[in-house]
Design a protein around this ligand. Structure first.
Ligand SMILES: Nc1nc2c(c(=O)[nH]1)N[C@H]1C(S)=C(S)[C@@H](COP(=O)(O)OP(=O)(O)OC[C@H]3O[C@@H](n4cnc5c(=O)[nH]c(N)nc54)[C@H](O)[C@@H]3O)O[C@H]1N2
Ligand SMILES: Nc1nc2c(c(=O)[nH]1)N[C@H]1C(S)=C(S)[C@@H](COP(=O)(O)OP(=O)(O)OC[C@H]3O[C@@H](n4cnc5c(=O)[nH]c(N)nc54)[C@H](O)[C@@H]3O)O[C@H]1N2
Ligand SMILES: [Mo]
Length: 551
């Protein structure tokens, strides 16, 4: 979102889901949407069934890649090398959308010069993707009537995740594949309402509606409504909080609906820091690993189907959720717990119902102003921005970039020179394999909500490796292996996956009691977004059992 905000001024995906069906080329870049975003992937498959071409850029031949016309299996962390090579090919083939570049962008000459060294040959050498596949993707993307470029964590969970995003934005503005129906940039969001969290100002530098905390005028509005003085400086994002704990500057933490004692990179360190706090409070619907470390646990909050409110999805669509069940026992809505807490802190916060809270947001956040609950009900959800009560904006953002009138065109989209920057942890003789971590269809994040099931088909954690590496290590399917990094080690059964190329291994972070995978990952972090490099650690794999399997 930081990258998108830098180029276009708004930190949200530019398109609606439906538009994927109008695209004739779709690129899924570092996104395993077949497993992680199946609803969106339905729209992609509809397009594919209508003849759209699907390209997948992923080090693994993921389930998503299995539906692709062409899979580009790059080495982990070489995305900028690949996008720069694609850009040079587009420019040299005369496929740049020059009229769009001239009217709506800045910095083209410097950008074009920066990608000049990225010949197809060099691109192939650095990324491992055959030159003809790079060329094919470049031509298809640039020539498409409408192309969608979608990405997820394969792009953002790197120490240079923001640069990775900027390098994809470059491709879109080079070819004019943005700001039109069907053409756009679609970063798929993670948890159900993570977009909504950001929209509501759950970010260290933003007020609700992405208004800057450092903007005096914006703050004044909130000061007046709330009768307080909103702090005028940016706060800390998650990784900065852990750094502040390390320095001793942060001594008390309130965790709501997050399980950092398992989801943080280099989790040994994270747990030590959480344990050392003077005061840790956790509000969750389960007793998580983090809650086990807490001084106070506020238990039994109501889950999403037991409360009223809204959620926002990756296409910026705000939808109503309605209470379907009473919460069990003494469980209460999160908001009631927070309101009580505020009262104990001396603030008389009172709302008759959830709608009143929403209407306060509509007064303060212009992009939500036109979204009354009645209208959300009638229309079945509304995308932001929605400033007006009686109109709807187009489903895609940045149409202004195509406006003839320079006043309407507004701020131009800048190209950014981005430099190839491999993962922080290089492979070595001691740690010769690249570990990338992620998701499967049947595992949800840290397993708090999905790890407890008992089924004969329960897979449990595995270390997925290529047939070639399994052969080299003398490991058969199901045999126990030890996986070690510079930070820790875990034991798991091996699973041979022909979708993995030699040198690459894969795990989830879902089964902590059995295998605490984040002991292995590195907490190298993107300085701008605070996202850790979950996608690239260096590891060693050793066989533990020496029993030969029956043939
Ligand atoms: N079933 C299920 N669905 C989920 C979740 C879940 O836990 N389970 N979690 C939700 C959340 S919070 C999120 S954020 C999303 C995440 O959704 P995704 O980002 O799609 O999921 P991941 O499996 O983490 O990573 C996606 C892909 O990135 C690839 N990748 C790794 N390194 C690189 C690289 O260097 N370059 C490129 N191009 N690709 C790379 C991996 O091989 C993987 O296939 O899913 C959401 N949906
Ligand atoms: N190795 C590795 N680590 C990763 C990643 C990776 O790809 N690889 N991905 C990272 C990413 S993208 C993410 S999003 C994080 C996920 O990390 P977390 O967010 O820490 O993991 P979850 O398991 O999704 O935890 C969500 C918590 O919210 C609670 N919860 C659910 N509903 C409610 C509610 O209504 N109210 C309250 N109060 N609590 C509720 C659940 O019980 C659960 O404990 O992990 C990160 N860590
Ligand atoms: Mo996520």
């Amino acid at each position: 979102m930081v990258g998108l905000a830098t180029v276009f001024g708004a930190g949200g995906g530019t398109s609606s889901y439906q538009e994927a069906e109008a695209a004739d080329v779709i690129v899924m870049w570092g996104s395993n949407a077949r497993n992680a975003h199946p609803i969106f992937f339905h729209h992609v498959l509809t397009a594919v069934n209508q003849g759209a071409k699907l390209y997948v850029v992923d080090p693994r031949r993921s389930e998503t890649a299995q539906f692709a016309d062409r899979w580009l299996g790059l080495h982990v962390g070489t995305d900028i090398a690949l996008s720069n090579t694609i850009a040079r090919e587009i420019i040299h083939a005369g496929l740049t959308n020059m009229s769009f570049v001239e009217r709506a962008t800045t910095g083209y000459d410097e950008y074009a010069a920066s990608v000049e060294p990225w010949t197809l040959e060099r691109g192939e050498q650095v990324t491992g993707v055959p030159a003809d596949a790079i060329r094919e993707l470049a031509h298809a993307y640039a020539r498409a009537e409408a192309a969608q470029l979608c990405w997820t964590l394969g792009i953002t969970e790197h120490h240079n995740g923001v640069d990775n995003v900027l390098s994809l934005c470059n491709l879109a503005i080079l070819t004019g594949q943005v700001g039109r129906y069907g053409a756009g940039l679609t970063p798929l969001r993670g948890q159900n309402n993570v977009q909504g969290g950001g929209d509501m100002g759950a970010l260290p530098n933003k007020l609700p509606g992405f208004q800057d905390i450092v903007d005096d005028q914006a703050r004044a509005k909130f000061d007046a409504e709330w009768g307080v003085t909103v702090p005028s400086e940016d706060g800390w994002h998650l990784t900065q909080m852990f750094e502040a704990m390390e320095r001793g500057d942060l001594r008390s933490v309130f965790v709501i609906g997050e399980n950092p004692a398992q989801s943080e990179a280099d989790v040994h360190r994270a747990v030590e820091l959480l344990r050392d706090l003077d005061h840790l409070v956790v509000l969750d619907i389960y007793l998580t690993k983090t809650a086990e470390l807490a001084d106070v646990v506020l238990p039994g909050s109501a889950s999403w189907c037991e409360s009223d409110g809204t959620v926002t999805n990756s296409e910026r669509r705000v939808q109503r959720v309605r209470k379907a069940l009473d919460p069990p026992g003494d469980a209460r809505d999160d908001i009631d717990i927070l309101l009580d807490l505020a009262r104990h802190l001396g603030h008389d916060w009172h709302y008759d119902d959830h709608e009143e809270i929403w209407d306060e947001l509509r007064r303060l956040s212009p992009m939500h102003a036109g979204m009354s609950w009645a209208r959300l009900e009638t229309l079945g959800g509304i995308q932001w921005p929605c400033p007006s009560d009686d109109q709807l904006e187009p489903p895609y953002l940045h149409g202004r970039l195509w406006a003839d009138d320079p006043d309407q065109l507004g701020r131009r989209a800048p190209f950014t020179v981005v430099v190839d920057d491999p993962p922080v942890e290089a492979l070595s003789d001691h740690y010769p394999l690249r570990l990338t971590t992620g998701r499967r269809l049947d595992s949800y994040n840290t397993g708090v909500q999905s790890g407890g099931y008992r089924s004969p088909n329960r897979l449990g954690e595995t270390l997925d490796l290529s047939p070639e590496d399994a052969h080299r290590l003398g490991v058969a399917d199901g045999e126990q292996v030890r996986i070690s990094s510079a930070r820790g080690q875990v034991v798991a059964p091996a699973r041979i996956d022909p979708g993995l190329r030699p040198g690459l291994v894969f795990m989830t972070f879902h089964f902590p009691d059995e295998v605490d995978v984040n002991q292995l990952t590195i907490d190298a972090t993107d300085p701008k977004a605070g996202t850790a490099e979950f996608k690239a650690a260096a590891v060693r794999v050793e066989r533990l059992t020496h029993v030969s399997t029956p043939t």
